[in-house]
Design a protein around this ligand. Structure first.
Ligand code: NDP
Length: 331
């Protein structure tokens, strides 16, 4: 088995020496266990906080153990009556070519006609996150203005399109011209600005959101969020999904100015974690699966070939090098 373990906890930016590639012997399966050969591994921003020991909503990765991630794989050996050789399963597996698993928490998928990587993206966790945040927190109405940061990422691309389908004026930001063009031409955003070249985020928001902002789907945090916060309308909603610009900060940055704004404008700021809402997964699959099948929801992904490249690709994710859902094709 080839696997990648956490060699060291990062301080500030993640560096290559935080990871170590290892080759270990395949252990014999005990009763109840299965051997899953990894096909696709999802790389996600939440893995960065898990590399540290700071309090979060998921336990830290353990030092010298393989990192784990949402994955799709094939059962190649089974001593568990619930799984047969050839089953395609998804769930949390190791950053490895193979994972020995007890089968708990894995879900069998019938992948007929659907690319397996889609289960990690547009039909999986990031898309479910977007759907939950838009539908249950942002609740956009026709004619309202919705802002989405990291607009073309795995979550953002779906959030923006769902807000657009609800009839909102949708504005986003992304870290490169090509991404901004895709957001407008393919995903239907009304506008998307480049946060790396637009230094005055407030001024560009004033131009692109002349009616203010009714709902913010927040992926990035930091200075972009602060500018959005100041422009929220009365009864504005913020779906706090993530704050990727802050994940590598060694010291936390200050929050937005004038917190009394929350009272004055009767704002709702709600943080959420998608795994708390698994009971709604069926509803999500029906709704979003239908939109994907009918071509009404577009998606982009970046596929990296080979497990060995996972660390580098993950470091790139934290700098915006991915375009859409980032997955590693393992085998
Ligand atoms: P993405 O596919 O959006 O990839 C991350 C993107 O974030 C990068 O491509 C980059 O895009 C942008 N980014 C990185 N650093 C910065 C920065 N310093 N400033 C601005 N943008 C930056 O990832 P996901 O869609 O998977 O995740 C998006 C957010 O959603 C993350 O914050 C993540 O933690 C959160 N999340 C939360 C979940 C929940 O349950 N609450 C579940 C899943 C994700 P660009 O080129 O646009 O800069």
């Amino acid at each position: 088995i080839q696997q990648i373990v956490l060699a060291k906890r990062p301080e500030g930016d993640v560096t290559a020496d935080c990871f170590r590639a290892e080759t270990v012997a395949l252990p014999a399966l005990a009763d109840g266990q299965i051997l899953v050969a990894q096909r696709f591994l999802s790389l996600d921003p939440y893995m960065r906080p898990r590399m540290t020991e700071l309090r979060s909503y998921t336990p830290p990765f353990e030092l010298d153990k393989p990192l784990t991630g949402g994955s799709v794989g094939e059962v190649v050996e089974s001593k568990n009556p619930r799984y047969a050789k050839g089953d395609i399963v998804m769930g949390m597996l190791n950053w490895a070519t193979h994972t020995v698993h007890d089968g708990k928490g894995l879900r069998k998928i019938d992948a007929a006609g659907i690319p397996l990587s889609a289960y990690l993206g547009v039909l999986g966790m990031p898309s479910f996150t977007a759907w939950y945040g838009i539908k249950h927190i942002c609740k956009p109405k026709a004619g309202e203005t919705v802002f989405v940061s990291a607009a073309t990422g795995a979550v953002g691309q779906v959030a923006g399109q769902l807000a657009k389908l609800a009839g909102a004026h949708v504005v986003g930001c992304a870290g490169d011209e090509q991404k901004c063009q895709w957001a407008v031409r393919e995903a239907g955003y009304d506008a998307c600005f480049n946060h790396k070249t637009e230094r005055d985020v407030g001024a560009v928001l004033d131009k692109l959101c002349p009616q203010g902002i009714d709902a913010d789907f927040e992926n990035v945090g930091g200075r972009i969020f602060h500018a959005v916060f100041a422009r929220l309308n009365n009864f504005g909603r913020v779906a706090f999904c993530g704050a990727i610009s802050e994940y590598q900060d060694a010291t936390p940055i200050a929050g937005p100015e004038k917190m009394f704004t929350i009272v004055q404008r009767r704002l709702t700021l709600q943080g959420f974690i998608v795994s708390d809402h698994v009971a709604l997964m069926g509803e999500f699959v029906n709704e979003v699966g239908g939109l994907v099948a009918s071509g009404k929801l577009k998606s982009r992904e970046t596929v990296i070939d080979g497990l060995a490249k996972a660390p580098e690709a993950f470091m790139g994710l934290l700098k915006g090098e991915n375009f859409g859902k980032l997955v590693v094709k393992v085998g």
